[in-house]
Each structure stands twice: as C-alpha cells, then as structure tokens.
Design a protein around this ligand. Structure first.
Ligand code: FAD
Length: 459
C-alpha cells in the first residue's frame, strides 16, 4: 500500500483527495479586531453553507476556522449526497408524526437539490448518479414498507429492485433486495468544500484559517468572540465546529458522540472490476456498514470501519480489504493505495442540531454520516432564521441538545455498533444459508421430477 497516511494520526490528511484536489487558496489568520454581522465558528460544510447563505442576504460575515478549510469530516467524507437523515424514516414518523416527518424529508431532498445546483458551478467533482441501498439480509417485506413510506406517503422518486436485478449489477451473493434512489449522487467531497469556500469568499465572506475560537461571550446585543490573535464582535454567532468545538462551547461539544470512519481507494482494478460491479452510482448496505463506488475509472472507493474511538489507518486498511473480498470474492483482497479516517459527530437522537440556542446564538452541528445534504439545509434554515425571521428551523426543535454521555457514552456507543454489526452478520449468513438451502431444495425437486418422469416412461 503506497501513499497511506502512516503518521499515526488517525485524522491525517486524505492523500487521495490531495492527489485529485483542485488547488485551494490559503486563507489568512485573524490578526486584527473585527466587527461583523455574523460570525461562524468552523469552516466545514456546515459553517460554509451558513456563511454563504447569510452573505447572499447582504450582511457582513466572517468564518473562523481552527485549522484549514474542510480539513475535518467535510473534506474526508465518501461523497454520497442522498436524501434523508441518519435516523430511519419509520423511526422519524414515530417521533414526530407523519406530517412533520414528511416535511423533514422534503427538506432533506431540497438539501440534495441545493448541493447539485452548487456543484454544477464547481470544478473537479466527478459527479456520478444514483444510490443503491442493498439489503444483506433477505428482508423483502421491510423493503416494501420503506418503499410505501418514501414513494407512497412522501411522494419520493424511489425504486424497489428485486434480488435478480441487484445481482445483475452487483455480482455478489451478499445482496438481496435494494432500494434505488435515482436522484442521489456522489461527488469529490474535498473539492466540493473548497468550491463552497471559494463561492462564499466571492460573495464577500471573510474566511480566516488557523484561527481557533477559544471563548465566546453571548451576553448583550453585540457578542464577543476570542481568538489567540484578535477579538471579533458580531450580532449573531453560529457554532458549526462539530466534535472539535472544544473551549468555544464545551457544553455543546459534549452533546456529540465522535464516530470515526475509514475510507480507502484501491489501486486500478482493470477488467476484474467490471466483472464484479457494473453499477456506476454509490452502493451501501441497508445498515451502512459498507459504502462503495467506482472512482477514477476503475478503482473502488470503499468506506467502512465505524468506531467511537480513533481508528488506526493500518488496521482500517486490513479491514477494508477483507470486506471487499467478502462482498466480491472475484476481486480478491485488492491493494489500497490510499486510506484515511475522519470523525463525524452523532447526536443521541441521531438528528442534526439546527436552530437558535438563545437570542443571537445559533447551532448547525451533529450531522452524522448524512452531512452533505443536511448541512445544505442548515445553511438555508439558519441564515433565514437569523436574518429573515423565518422559523422553519423549528422543525428540528423536537430534537433537543442531549448530553452524549462522555467516555462512558462512547463505550456504550461502540458496544451498540459492535452488537448491531454482529446481529447483521448473523442475519446475513442465515439469509444466504436459507437461499442456498432453497436452491438445493429446488434442485432436489427437479431431480425427483425428472426421475419420476423417467420412471413413468420406463413403465
Ligand atoms: C469517513 C467519513 C465518511 C462520510 N461520508 C459521508 C457521505 O458519504 N455523505 C454524507 O452526506 N456525509 C458523510 N459523512 C459525514 C459528513 O462528512 C459530516 O456530517 C459533515 O462533514 C459535517 O460537517 P461539519 O461542518 O459539521 O463538520 P466538520 O467538517 O468537522 O467541520 C467543523 C470545522 O470546525 C472547525 N472548528 C471546530 N472547533 C473550532 C473552534 N473552536 N474554532 C474554530 N474552528 C473550529 C474544525 O476545525 C472543522 O474544520 C462522512 C464522514 C466521515 C468522517
């Protein structure tokens, strides 16, 4: 494996991104005191989306980023832009009722459409169309229920694929039925976040890198923001720092559970790849243990290994190779040329935190593994809430800030991930066993029928 991040820092820069990145601009550090209307803490997808939408409304905006733009989850992610939330749609209906769940899903699709519209103006994104969410357990009834909700109750464009249709494009016995989302798509995540920053800057947003926010004071009309080199005053502060927020708001940071995930890109796989996989969009299993797609013609980008404690890239590489081989034995254990890890923030209820915490203090955080579409929604809702007195953000009010449980919560979270995966592996193995047994049964029936036909003709 060449080009792997072996720095021991599980959050090292993704070098596949670097190898394929469009040139980004270095932004200055904040070294002078500044007065603005809106100060955004965090230069990831969420912070940049809010900043851009605010700047569209003709106010002065500054983004303060502790490191460099998109260097955390936003620049390291797998790049699938899909409707929905990390929470299953049926669970969402149970929590907020059908009408609000439908409204939230409509927003989620709006998020996808917003990203598509923005992406159309940006270079180097390599867009590919579609998302196939394939089941590793034979759960046709569950899929029908999901299709009824999404296609019937919500009026979404989704298709149910039968096992044969799935296996015609994913040549693997691992998969059964699938839900196909034709309007979902994938893009180069790092180039997208750089594109957002460029667009925000073009609209007049002041972006400062290497400028960690160390404290905020939200008393009074004009709020104060402290950084090591200078102070800033603003009418609105937006906290968009994800799990890294730290001293800027320890209480908010404590509501997120960090979840690490790894991504690997194989060496070119040649003709073998087309023998295993002909679907050109993104694929995931219904429990999202694995996500993968074809990139740069004939490489596989594969995301897997979820943990509430930092993942070592070397062991992540071993796991990813094993998982590729398990799904597509015809590919063997392909060499990975690039492996990186990133961390996203998960709330206890699984839904993003979007809205006003107190007058002038806003949050856009906790997007989990569904950050591309949901940060786009947050950008619009927070900017409209702050500047147009539009209260659509209140749709997210039922999902309050809940303490994520600190280290003990992470231990429990890890156990839940492990248990869920174990349960799925067992259910998958059982489903495949049943399928083989059915096939053997059918073959036996055919042999019996042939034998009795033979016996009759002998008589
Ligand atoms: C491996 C991986 C794969 C993923 N795949 C997908 C996918 O396919 N599709 C999808 O939709 N989502 C995916 N996600 C999730 C998605 O990347 C995140 O939900 C999204 O990037 C969150 O954006 P953010 O801006 O909230 O956080 P971040 O990207 O973490 O940005 C927060 C920024 O705030 C800065 N910051 C924090 N505190 C301070 C401070 N005090 N002062 C100044 N700056 C500060 C940080 O340095 C950071 O740059 C994936 C995530 C990972 C890790």
């Amino acid at each position: 494996m060449s080009g792997q991040d072996t720095s021991g820092n599980p959050a090292g820069r993704p070098d596949w991104d670097r190898a394929t990145a469009v040139p980004g601009l270095a932004r200055p550090r904040l070294t002078f005191d500044l007065d603005v209307d809106v100060c955004v803490v965090g230069g990831g997808l969420a912070g940049l989306a809010v900043a851009r939408e605010a700047a569209r409304r003709d106010v002065s905006v500054a983004v303060l980023e502790a490191g460099s733009i998109g260097e955390q989850a936003s620049g390291r992610n797998f790049g699938l832009v899909a409707p929905g939330y990390p929470v299953d749609v049926r669970e969402l209906i149970e929590r907020v009722g059908l009408a609000d769940a439908r409204a939230l899903w409509t927003l989620a699709q709006e998020g996808v459409d917003r990203v598509r519209a923005s992406a159309a103006q940006m270079p180097g994104l390599g867009l590919t169309q579609g998302w196939l969410q394939a089941s590793t357990v034979d759960a046709g009834d569950e899929m029908i229920e999901r299709l009824q909700v999404l296609g019937g109750d919500f009026g979404f464009e989704v298709e149910g694929w039968q096992v044969e249709q799935v296996r015609a494009v994913l040549r693997s016995e691992r998969y059964f039925h699938a839900v196909h989302y034709p309007r979902a798509f994938s893009l180069h995540a790092h180039n997208y976040v750089l594109g957002l920053a460029a667009d925000a800057a073009a609209r007049g947003v002041h972006i400062f890198e290497n400028t960690p926010v160390t404290a905020i004071d939200v008393a009074g009309i004009r709020k104060r923001v402290e950084t090591p080199g200078a102070r800033l005053r603003a009418s609105h502060i937006v906290l968009a720092g994800n799990v890294h927020l730290g001293a800027a708001s320890p209480r908010l940071a404590a509501t997120l559970m960090p979840v690490w995930r790894a991504v690997g890109v194989t060496a070119p796989l040649g003709d073998k790849l087309a023998e295993a996989l002909t679907y050109t969009g993104a694929v995931s299993d219904s429990a999202d243990v694995d996500r993968y797609r074809i990139v740069s013609g004939n490489r596989l980008m594969w995301s897997s290994c979820q943990a509430t404690f930092a993942i070592d890239p070397k062991s992540a590489a071993r796991t990813i190779r094993k998982r590729i081989a398990a799904a597509f034995p015809q590919l063997g254990r392909p060499a990975l040329e690039h492996v990186w890890c990133g961390v996203y923030g998960r709330t206890v209820h699984g839904m993003p935190q979007i809205g006003e915490l107190r007058p002038g203090l806003w949050v856009a955080s906790g997007f989990g593994r569904h950050g591309l579409n949901t940060t786009a929604i947050a950008g619009e809702l927070v900017a409209a809430g702050m500047l147009d007195k539009d209260d659509r953000w209140r749709l997210f009010a039922p999902f309050e800030l809940v303490w994520a449980g600190g280290t003990a919560g992470r231990v429990v979270g890890q156990a839940v991930i492990g248990w869920g995966r174990g349960r799925l592996v067992l259910a998958g193995a059982l489903a495949r066993y049943r399928e083989r047994a059915d096939r053997r049964g059918q073959e036996r029936e055919q042999r019996l029928a042939a034998a009795s036909r033979g016996a009759r003709s002998d008589r």
